[in-house]
Ligand binder design. Sequence first.
Ligand code: ATP
Length: 323
Amino acid sequence: VSKIAVLTSGGDAPGMNPCIRAVVRTAMYNNVKMVGVRQGYKGLIEDDIYDMDSRSVSNILNLGGTILKTARCAEFRTPEGMETAYNNLKKRGVDALVVIGGDGTFTGALRFSKQYPDMAIMGVPGTIDNDLFGSDFTLGFDTATNTVVDALDKIRDTADAHDRLFFIEVMGRDAGCIALRAGISCGAEAIMLPEKDTAIADLIASVKSNQAKKSSSIVIVAEGDKNGGAYDVAQKVKAEVKSYDVKVTILGHLQRGGSPSAFDRVLGSRLGFSAVNALIQGETQKMVGLRGNKIELTKIEQALTHQFKLEDDLMLMSDILSI
Ligand code: ATP
Protein backbone atom coordinates (compact mmCIF):
# COMPACT_ATOMS: atom_id res chain seq x y z
CA VAL A 1 0.00 0.00 0.00
CA SER A 2 1.44 3.39 -0.93
CA LYS A 3 -1.43 5.84 -0.60
CA ILE A 4 -4.63 5.54 1.44
CA ALA A 5 -7.82 7.58 1.12
CA VAL A 6 -10.09 7.94 4.16
CA LEU A 7 -13.76 8.93 4.15
CA THR A 8 -16.79 9.03 6.45
CA SER A 9 -20.17 8.12 4.98
CA GLY A 10 -23.81 7.68 5.99
CA GLY A 11 -24.91 8.98 9.39
CA ASP A 12 -22.29 10.84 11.44
CA ALA A 13 -21.20 9.44 14.78
CA PRO A 14 -19.05 10.81 17.64
CA GLY A 15 -15.70 9.02 17.49
CA MET A 16 -15.23 9.40 13.75
CA ASN A 17 -12.66 12.17 14.30
CA PRO A 18 -10.42 10.17 16.66
CA CYS A 19 -10.58 7.39 14.08
CA ILE A 20 -9.60 9.68 11.18
CA ARG A 21 -6.71 10.95 13.30
CA ALA A 22 -5.52 7.42 14.00
CA VAL A 23 -5.77 6.40 10.33
CA VAL A 24 -3.74 9.40 9.18
CA ARG A 25 -1.05 9.14 11.84
CA THR A 26 -0.65 5.38 11.56
CA ALA A 27 -0.20 5.79 7.81
CA MET A 28 2.36 8.57 8.31
CA TYR A 29 4.26 6.44 10.81
CA ASN A 30 4.47 3.69 8.17
CA ASN A 31 5.50 6.08 5.37
CA VAL A 32 2.19 5.60 3.57
CA LYS A 33 0.75 8.75 1.98
CA MET A 34 -2.76 9.91 2.92
CA VAL A 35 -5.60 11.79 1.33
CA GLY A 36 -8.93 12.75 2.88
CA VAL A 37 -12.20 12.64 0.97
CA ARG A 38 -14.91 15.15 1.90
CA GLN A 39 -18.56 14.07 2.12
CA GLY A 40 -18.11 10.36 1.65
CA TYR A 41 -18.76 8.83 -1.77
CA LYS A 42 -20.06 12.19 -3.02
CA GLY A 43 -16.56 13.64 -2.61
CA LEU A 44 -15.04 10.67 -4.38
CA ILE A 45 -17.22 11.35 -7.42
CA GLU A 46 -16.87 15.13 -7.25
CA ASP A 47 -13.11 14.87 -6.72
CA ASP A 48 -13.25 16.67 -3.36
CA ILE A 49 -10.04 15.05 -2.16
CA TYR A 50 -7.07 16.63 -0.38
CA ASP A 51 -3.63 15.64 0.90
CA MET A 52 -3.38 14.98 4.62
CA ASP A 53 -0.48 14.72 7.03
CA SER A 54 -0.08 14.39 10.80
CA ARG A 55 -0.92 18.06 11.34
CA SER A 56 -4.16 17.84 9.33
CA VAL A 57 -5.67 15.98 12.27
CA SER A 58 -4.40 18.10 15.16
CA ASN A 59 -6.86 18.94 17.93
CA ILE A 60 -9.75 16.86 16.64
CA LEU A 61 -9.85 14.06 19.25
CA ASN A 62 -12.48 15.90 21.25
CA LEU A 63 -14.66 17.02 18.35
CA GLY A 64 -18.03 15.46 17.60
CA GLY A 65 -19.20 15.01 14.01
CA THR A 66 -16.57 14.42 11.35
CA ILE A 67 -14.02 16.90 9.97
CA LEU A 68 -14.33 15.12 6.61
CA LYS A 69 -18.11 15.69 6.54
CA THR A 70 -20.44 12.94 5.50
CA ALA A 71 -23.20 12.51 2.94
CA ARG A 72 -25.52 10.04 1.31
CA CYS A 73 -24.85 9.67 -2.41
CA ALA A 74 -27.20 7.97 -4.88
CA GLU A 75 -24.76 8.28 -7.78
CA PHE A 76 -22.28 5.91 -6.16
CA ARG A 77 -24.84 3.14 -6.68
CA THR A 78 -24.39 3.41 -10.47
CA PRO A 79 -21.50 1.90 -12.50
CA GLU A 80 -20.77 5.34 -13.98
CA GLY A 81 -20.53 6.91 -10.51
CA MET A 82 -18.18 4.17 -9.35
CA GLU A 83 -15.99 4.56 -12.43
CA THR A 84 -15.63 8.31 -11.87
CA ALA A 85 -14.76 7.64 -8.21
CA TYR A 86 -12.16 5.05 -9.23
CA ASN A 87 -10.55 7.35 -11.79
CA ASN A 88 -10.30 10.18 -9.26
CA LEU A 89 -8.51 7.89 -6.82
CA LYS A 90 -6.25 6.36 -9.45
CA LYS A 91 -5.04 9.68 -10.83
CA ARG A 92 -3.75 10.48 -7.33
CA GLY A 93 -2.04 7.11 -6.96
CA VAL A 94 -4.43 5.93 -4.24
CA ASP A 95 -4.46 2.14 -3.87
CA ALA A 96 -6.45 1.66 -0.65
CA LEU A 97 -9.52 3.10 0.97
CA VAL A 98 -10.65 3.25 4.61
CA VAL A 99 -14.42 3.76 4.86
CA ILE A 100 -15.95 4.72 8.19
CA GLY A 101 -19.71 4.21 8.25
CA GLY A 102 -22.60 1.78 8.57
CA ASP A 103 -23.95 -1.10 6.53
CA GLY A 104 -24.90 1.05 3.51
CA THR A 105 -21.35 2.39 3.38
CA PHE A 106 -19.94 -1.15 3.55
CA THR A 107 -22.29 -2.41 0.83
CA GLY A 108 -21.06 0.36 -1.46
CA ALA A 109 -17.40 -0.26 -0.58
CA LEU A 110 -17.68 -3.99 -1.22
CA ARG A 111 -19.34 -3.50 -4.61
CA PHE A 112 -16.67 -0.94 -5.49
CA SER A 113 -13.82 -3.22 -4.52
CA LYS A 114 -15.29 -6.17 -6.42
CA GLN A 115 -15.54 -3.99 -9.50
CA TYR A 116 -12.00 -2.62 -9.00
CA PRO A 117 -10.04 -5.27 -7.07
CA ASP A 118 -6.79 -3.28 -7.27
CA MET A 119 -8.40 -0.86 -4.79
CA ALA A 120 -8.07 -2.43 -1.34
CA ILE A 121 -10.78 -1.47 1.12
CA MET A 122 -11.12 -1.65 4.90
CA GLY A 123 -14.31 -0.83 6.77
CA VAL A 124 -14.58 0.78 10.21
CA PRO A 125 -17.98 0.43 11.94
CA GLY A 126 -19.10 4.00 12.61
CA THR A 127 -22.75 4.36 13.60
CA ILE A 128 -24.52 5.24 16.82
CA ASP A 129 -26.98 2.38 16.21
CA ASN A 130 -24.53 -0.42 17.18
CA ASP A 131 -26.23 -2.69 14.67
CA LEU A 132 -23.29 -4.28 12.86
CA PHE A 133 -22.23 -7.89 13.11
CA GLY A 134 -18.49 -8.25 13.75
CA SER A 135 -18.02 -5.58 16.42
CA ASP A 136 -19.41 -5.68 19.95
CA PHE A 137 -19.53 -1.90 19.79
CA THR A 138 -19.64 0.57 16.92
CA LEU A 139 -18.13 4.04 17.00
CA GLY A 140 -20.48 6.61 18.48
CA PHE A 141 -22.76 4.20 20.31
CA ASP A 142 -21.24 4.82 23.72
CA THR A 143 -21.34 8.61 23.38
CA ALA A 144 -24.92 8.57 22.07
CA THR A 145 -26.02 6.30 24.90
CA ASN A 146 -24.41 8.59 27.47
CA THR A 147 -26.17 11.57 25.89
CA VAL A 148 -29.50 9.75 26.22
CA VAL A 149 -28.74 8.83 29.84
CA ASP A 150 -27.97 12.44 30.64
CA ALA A 151 -31.29 13.54 29.11
CA LEU A 152 -33.24 10.78 30.87
CA ASP A 153 -31.80 11.75 34.26
CA LYS A 154 -33.07 15.28 33.72
CA ILE A 155 -36.47 14.09 32.60
CA ARG A 156 -36.71 11.85 35.65
CA ASP A 157 -36.37 14.91 37.91
CA THR A 158 -39.31 16.68 36.38
CA ALA A 159 -41.32 13.46 36.00
CA ASP A 160 -40.91 12.74 39.71
CA ALA A 161 -41.78 16.27 40.77
CA HIS A 162 -45.09 16.14 38.91
CA ASP A 163 -46.04 12.44 39.08
CA ARG A 164 -45.82 12.12 35.34
CA LEU A 165 -45.65 9.31 32.83
CA PHE A 166 -43.09 10.07 30.14
CA PHE A 167 -42.67 8.40 26.77
CA ILE A 168 -39.20 9.07 25.42
CA GLU A 169 -38.28 8.21 21.86
CA VAL A 170 -34.63 7.40 21.23
CA MET A 171 -32.65 6.72 18.05
CA GLY A 172 -31.22 3.44 16.81
CA ARG A 173 -32.98 2.75 13.52
CA ASP A 174 -34.08 -0.90 13.51
CA ALA A 175 -31.94 -1.72 16.55
CA GLY A 176 -32.79 -1.21 20.21
CA CYS A 177 -29.23 -1.05 21.55
CA ILE A 178 -29.32 2.59 22.68
CA ALA A 179 -32.83 2.18 24.13
CA LEU A 180 -31.90 -0.94 26.10
CA ARG A 181 -28.66 0.31 27.65
CA ALA A 182 -29.99 3.80 28.35
CA GLY A 183 -33.11 2.23 29.89
CA ILE A 184 -31.10 0.03 32.22
CA SER A 185 -28.86 2.96 33.15
CA CYS A 186 -31.83 5.13 34.13
CA GLY A 187 -34.14 2.52 35.58
CA ALA A 188 -36.80 3.01 32.93
CA GLU A 189 -40.06 1.32 33.91
CA ALA A 190 -40.50 -0.09 30.40
CA ILE A 191 -38.42 -0.30 27.24
CA MET A 192 -40.10 -0.83 23.88
CA LEU A 193 -37.63 -2.53 21.55
CA PRO A 194 -37.87 -3.61 17.91
CA GLU A 195 -36.28 -6.90 18.99
CA LYS A 196 -38.92 -7.65 21.59
CA ASP A 197 -42.40 -6.94 20.29
CA THR A 198 -44.09 -5.87 23.54
CA ALA A 199 -47.90 -5.86 23.17
CA ILE A 200 -49.62 -2.58 24.08
CA ALA A 201 -51.86 -4.47 26.49
CA ASP A 202 -48.78 -5.69 28.38
CA LEU A 203 -47.34 -2.19 28.47
CA ILE A 204 -50.60 -0.82 29.88
CA ALA A 205 -50.62 -3.49 32.57
CA SER A 206 -47.05 -2.69 33.53
CA VAL A 207 -47.68 1.09 33.59
CA LYS A 208 -50.72 0.55 35.82
CA SER A 209 -48.82 -1.63 38.23
CA ASN A 210 -46.02 0.96 38.39
CA GLN A 211 -48.53 3.72 38.98
CA ALA A 212 -49.59 2.05 42.20
CA LYS A 213 -46.10 2.08 43.66
CA LYS A 214 -44.04 4.83 41.98
CA SER A 215 -44.49 8.56 41.57
CA SER A 216 -43.19 8.69 38.00
CA SER A 217 -42.73 6.30 35.12
CA ILE A 218 -40.45 6.47 32.13
CA VAL A 219 -41.18 4.39 29.05
CA ILE A 220 -38.44 4.35 26.45
CA VAL A 221 -39.57 3.79 22.89
CA ALA A 222 -36.87 2.81 20.40
CA GLU A 223 -37.55 4.54 17.08
CA GLY A 224 -37.72 1.15 15.35
CA ASP A 225 -40.36 -0.28 17.70
CA LYS A 226 -43.20 -1.89 15.77
CA ASN A 227 -45.95 -0.15 17.79
CA GLY A 228 -44.96 3.17 16.19
CA GLY A 229 -43.17 6.20 17.62
CA ALA A 230 -43.45 7.59 21.15
CA TYR A 231 -46.53 9.68 20.23
CA ASP A 232 -48.35 6.61 18.87
CA VAL A 233 -47.51 4.49 21.89
CA ALA A 234 -48.46 7.31 24.31
CA GLN A 235 -51.78 7.76 22.52
CA LYS A 236 -52.61 4.08 22.89
CA VAL A 237 -51.75 4.02 26.60
CA LYS A 238 -53.15 7.40 27.64
CA ALA A 239 -56.83 6.49 27.68
CA GLU A 240 -56.15 3.63 30.08
CA VAL A 241 -54.15 5.57 32.68
CA LYS A 242 -56.22 8.72 33.13
CA SER A 243 -54.85 9.80 36.50
CA TYR A 244 -51.31 10.11 35.12
CA ASP A 245 -50.13 13.31 33.42
CA VAL A 246 -48.70 11.92 30.17
CA LYS A 247 -45.83 13.64 28.33
CA VAL A 248 -43.85 12.74 25.22
CA THR A 249 -40.26 13.74 24.43
CA ILE A 250 -38.46 12.89 21.21
CA LEU A 251 -34.76 13.33 21.83
CA GLY A 252 -33.92 13.60 18.12
CA HIS A 253 -30.64 14.70 16.60
CA LEU A 254 -28.99 15.87 19.80
CA GLN A 255 -28.21 12.16 20.23
CA ARG A 256 -25.78 12.33 17.32
CA GLY A 257 -23.71 15.24 18.56
CA GLY A 258 -21.28 16.03 21.31
CA SER A 259 -17.70 15.36 22.20
CA PRO A 260 -16.88 11.64 21.93
CA SER A 261 -16.67 9.75 25.23
CA ALA A 262 -13.32 8.36 26.35
CA PHE A 263 -14.56 4.94 25.26
CA ASP A 264 -15.31 6.16 21.72
CA ARG A 265 -11.99 8.02 21.52
CA VAL A 266 -10.09 4.87 22.42
CA LEU A 267 -12.25 2.69 20.18
CA GLY A 268 -11.87 5.10 17.24
CA SER A 269 -8.11 5.23 17.75
CA ARG A 270 -7.86 1.47 18.01
CA LEU A 271 -10.01 0.77 14.95
CA GLY A 272 -8.26 3.40 12.82
CA PHE A 273 -4.83 2.10 13.82
CA SER A 274 -5.85 -1.49 13.06
CA ALA A 275 -7.51 -0.62 9.74
CA VAL A 276 -4.28 0.85 8.37
CA ASN A 277 -2.15 -1.99 9.72
CA ALA A 278 -4.52 -4.53 8.12
CA LEU A 279 -4.24 -2.79 4.74
CA ILE A 280 -0.45 -2.73 5.03
CA GLN A 281 -0.57 -6.48 5.68
CA GLY A 282 -2.46 -6.97 2.41
CA GLU A 283 -5.98 -7.45 3.80
CA THR A 284 -8.98 -6.17 1.87
CA GLN A 285 -12.81 -6.32 1.80
CA LYS A 286 -12.85 -6.65 5.57
CA MET A 287 -14.13 -4.72 8.56
CA VAL A 288 -12.12 -4.10 11.72
CA GLY A 289 -14.13 -4.65 14.88
CA LEU A 290 -13.85 -5.07 18.63
CA ARG A 291 -14.82 -8.53 19.84
CA GLY A 292 -14.27 -9.52 23.44
CA ASN A 293 -11.82 -6.64 23.84
CA LYS A 294 -9.70 -7.84 20.90
CA ILE A 295 -9.47 -6.31 17.47
CA GLU A 296 -10.69 -8.79 14.87
CA LEU A 297 -11.24 -8.69 11.13
CA THR A 298 -14.55 -9.83 9.67
CA LYS A 299 -15.24 -10.23 5.95
CA ILE A 300 -17.56 -7.40 4.92
CA GLU A 301 -19.73 -9.94 3.16
CA GLN A 302 -20.20 -11.72 6.48
CA ALA A 303 -20.76 -8.50 8.44
CA LEU A 304 -23.56 -7.61 6.02
CA THR A 305 -25.30 -10.96 5.97
CA HIS A 306 -25.13 -11.88 9.65
CA GLN A 307 -27.61 -10.39 12.04
CA PHE A 308 -26.44 -8.41 15.04
CA LYS A 309 -28.19 -9.61 18.21
CA LEU A 310 -29.17 -7.81 21.42
CA GLU A 311 -27.94 -9.46 24.60
CA ASP A 312 -30.70 -11.71 26.05
CA ASP A 313 -29.52 -11.19 29.63
CA LEU A 314 -29.84 -7.42 29.33
CA MET A 315 -33.39 -7.75 28.01
CA LEU A 316 -34.41 -10.08 30.82
CA MET A 317 -32.66 -7.99 33.46
CA SER A 318 -34.19 -4.69 32.37
CA ASP A 319 -37.67 -5.99 33.24
CA ILE A 320 -36.66 -7.51 36.55
CA LEU A 321 -34.68 -4.54 37.86
CA SER A 322 -37.45 -2.01 37.32
CA ILE A 323 -40.09 -3.76 39.47
P1 ATP B 1 -26.03 4.70 8.96
O1 ATP B 1 -26.22 3.29 9.44
O2 ATP B 1 -25.50 5.59 10.01
O3 ATP B 1 -27.20 5.28 8.24
P2 ATP B 1 -24.90 3.87 6.47
O4 ATP B 1 -23.51 3.72 6.04
O5 ATP B 1 -25.72 2.62 6.56
O6 ATP B 1 -24.88 4.64 7.85
P3 ATP B 1 -26.38 4.70 4.12
O7 ATP B 1 -27.00 5.99 3.78
O8 ATP B 1 -27.22 3.49 4.11
O9 ATP B 1 -25.66 4.92 5.53
O10 ATP B 1 -25.18 4.45 3.09
C1 ATP B 1 -24.20 5.45 2.85
C2 ATP B 1 -23.88 5.53 1.38
O11 ATP B 1 -23.33 4.29 0.92
C3 ATP B 1 -25.07 5.77 0.46
O12 ATP B 1 -25.48 7.11 0.41
C4 ATP B 1 -24.49 5.31 -0.88
O13 ATP B 1 -23.66 6.30 -1.44
C5 ATP B 1 -23.61 4.12 -0.46
N1 ATP B 1 -24.32 2.86 -0.72
C6 ATP B 1 -25.27 2.28 0.04
N2 ATP B 1 -25.74 1.14 -0.54
C7 ATP B 1 -25.08 1.02 -1.70
C8 ATP B 1 -25.09 0.08 -2.78
N3 ATP B 1 -25.90 -0.96 -2.78
N4 ATP B 1 -24.24 0.28 -3.79
C9 ATP B 1 -23.41 1.33 -3.82
N5 ATP B 1 -23.35 2.26 -2.87
C10 ATP B 1 -24.17 2.12 -1.82
